[in-house]
Design a protein around this ligand. Structure first.
Ligand code: AVJ
Ligand code: FE
Length: 434
């Protein structure tokens, strides 16, 4: 039993590291240390930061070992230096960073061989290892977003996403009533996903698929970016100040639109979910369409509620972990897949592509659930509660399955759009609908 767990943990550590290697070896050393956008760290910072967190938690805390490099803790503490300041720091160079990463991993694997996985809460069910695996995968997604901001010839390759298998349009009625939000049983769930609690959600309608490029282009064509009626006061002020006229990376191409993805420019694909929009753009589109964004509880109910049993599932399709047929995850493709590409991943009520493709903005701020307890450190979640953040759900094509599930919560500032963010709309069902 614990031997199986040890092997599974080692395999997940290795899988995350292979992805980190791919993202950091695709570019040369001068690109690795360069800042591609003031919003992002140089890739070499993410690389050593991933190893530093692994050292702090697995080598020092779980393993009780001597520090590998105590002298660099401060450089790789995300709270000490904002991203824009990181290139000016005396960071480890590419070769030094790679040596550090390897050294820490050797020690972490040695700790994994010896530690009891049924001991104290931090290591029970391999939690600390799961946390570090998710942390590395999250930074891999961040590094993928940095790649999208990088100028120059393409360096990443992947298979194109699958085509639509069935048409998916319109909306789905989710019946009113209580459901279980959050989890007590998901072994590697982070503190902000806990505890499980009952939420009464009135009946609502939600889009069967995320909003597509074609639909979003209609909003632009209808003058949506020039009409303050559709925007919140803050949203309009931001639209004006930032000069927003279309999603990030879009540009006019004849009578239509093109976008640049990882160095390749192509016509937009009409039925793919729109990506690289900020919360304010999502909110304005929804108002124009006579709709609104779903709350976080509505999103999770649409994703997890099984009307046949009243139970909440781990994923829309059931309790089994994601397979390629269920969802577009893990950088297997370098774009979202068209609406209708994953019928096997739909929820029992027929909501598609809740997991993978694009992170979905919800209308909710980021807060702790009732009964929230910090575990194991306040800087993962708690320090962000009540801040200027909106919750995003479901993961993107760049999110690994290890860092994605029906309960997983992401959050960001409402102006951010360098992340792989899209959305779907909802509306109240009104009395009698349930
Ligand atoms: C949960 C994606 C908002 O990237 O800032 C990484 C994850 N926390 N290192 C982020 C995280 C610490 C976090 N998000
Ligand atoms: Fe981090």
């Amino acid at each position: 039993m614990t031997q199986d767990l040890r092997l599974a943990v080692a395999a997940e550590l290795e899988r995350a590291r292979a992805r980190t290697a791919l993202l950091t070896e695709a570019v040369d050393d001068s690109d690795l240390v360069r800042q591609h956008s003031p919003l992002m760290s140089p890739l070499v910072w993410d690389l050593a930061h991933v190893a530093n967190q692994e050292e702090l938690w697995l080598v020092r805390d779980v393993g009780g070992r001597e520090p590998v490099r105590r002298d660099i803790d401060e450089l790789y503490d995300a709270f000490k230096h904002p991203r824009g300041d990181r290139p000016a720091l005396p960071l480890l160079g590419p070769a030094e960073a790679r040596a550090y990463v390897d050294q820490v991993r050797d020690k972490a694997l040695d700790v994994l061989d010896r530690v009891r996985l049924d001991g104290r809460p931090l290591v029970a069910d391999g939690f600390a290892f799961g946390m570090i695996i998710q942390h590395e995968q999250q930074h891999d997604e961040t590094m993928l977003a940095t790649h999208q901001l990088r100028d120059g010839a393409p360096v990443l390759d992947a298979e194109p996403p699958p085509a639509a298998r069935i048409p998916v349009t319109g909306e789905v009625l989710i019946p009113g009533g209580p459901f279980t939000m959050g989890t007590d049983t998901e072994a590697w769930a982070l503190d902000n996903e806990r505890p499980a609690h009952t939420v009464d959600v009135p009946a609502f309608h939600i889009d069967a698929a995320p909003v597509t490029n074609a639909r979003y282009a209609e909003f632009i064509a209808a003058g949506g970016y020039d009409d303050a009626r559709w925007w919140s006061a803050r949203g309009w002020a931001h639209r004006q100040a930032a000069g927003l006229t279309a999603p990030m990376h879009w540009r006019r191409d004849g009578d239509g639109w093109a976008y640049t993805r990882f160095g390749r420019t192509e016509r937009i694909v009409a039925d793919e979910p729109v990506v690289h929009v900020c919360y304010f753009e999502a909110e304005a589109f929804a108002a124009w369409a006579g709709r609104r964004l779903p709350s976080e509880a509505e999103w999770e109910k649409a994703a997890r509620f099984d009307p046949a049993t009243g139970r909440s599932r781990r994923y829309p399709w059931g309790d089994d972990p994601p397979e390629p047929r269920h969802a577009n995850l893990g950088q297997r493709h370098l774009s979202p897949a068209p609406a209708g590409a994953y019928p096997d991943g739909a929820s029992p009520l027929g909501v598609h592509q809740l997991i993978g493709d694009v992170w979905e903005w919800t209308g909710s701020g980021f807060d702790g659930y009732p009964g929230f307890a910090v575990f194991p450190y306040a800087e993962y979640s708690q320090v962000f509660f009540g801040g200027d953040y909106k919750v995003l759900r479901g993961g993107s094509f760049g999110t690994d399955a290890a860092a994605c599930r029906g309960t997983f919560r992401n959050w960001d500032h409402p102006v951010r759009r360098q992340i792989f963010s899209g959305f779907r709309c909802a509306r109240d069902a009104g009395p009698g609908a349930a």
